[in-house]
Design a protein around this ligand. Structure first.
Ligand code: SF4
Length: 148
């Protein structure tokens, strides 16, 4: 199983769309690309780039995502995502021998290229810890709200 890194997902109802449009200062149909790495990066069709801190997107994060504690898809054989990778590359976590054989085969057959970058694990751990902390706090708050 291949899983994605995931910090959160957003409510794209009319309120959510309006909120995000306000944050990027443009209509959403002007978005060319979105990248969620260390922050929420939006590239517009006119070339402008907006960086939005993840904390600023709190109002439109889905409720279930606020309570989620798994950043790197811990049960996947292979996890992939943008954190720590250069443009055009993807960070890959390989969790077992079968997955490693698959990756090795893809490299040897020229489908993917492997490069090494320093500090990637630290960045992933930082994001994972940030998400775990938020999820635990949200779950504790919800439990307290239910038991009162
Ligand atoms: S529930 Fe967790 S894994 Fe699923 S979209 Fe939300 S943050 Fe991501």
């Amino acid at each position: 199983m291949i899983g994605l890194f995931c910090f959160e997902n957003f409510l794209m109802n009319s309120k959510g769309r309006k909120y995000l449009a306000g944050k990027i200062g443009a209509d959403l149909d002007q978005i060319e690309r979105i990248n969620l790495k260390d922050d929420f990066t939006v590239k517009l069709k006119d070339g402008r780039i907006s960086h939005i801190d993840l904390d600023d997107l709190g109002p439109i994060v889905r409720s279930e995502c606020l309570a989620c504690t798994d950043f790197s898809n811990n049960v996947a054989d292979i996890s992939v995502g943008g954190v720590g990778s250069s443009d055009g590359y993807t960070t890959v976590i390989v969790r077992n021998d079968a997955a490693q054989r698959l990756i090795n085969q893809a490299i040897s057959q020229g489908y993917i290229e492997e490069i090494e970058r320093k500090g990637i694990i630290e960045k992933i751990e930082k994001m994972a810890e940030r998400k775990r902390r938020r999820g635990r706090q949200v779950l504790a708050d919800r439990k307290a709200a239910v038991t009162h």
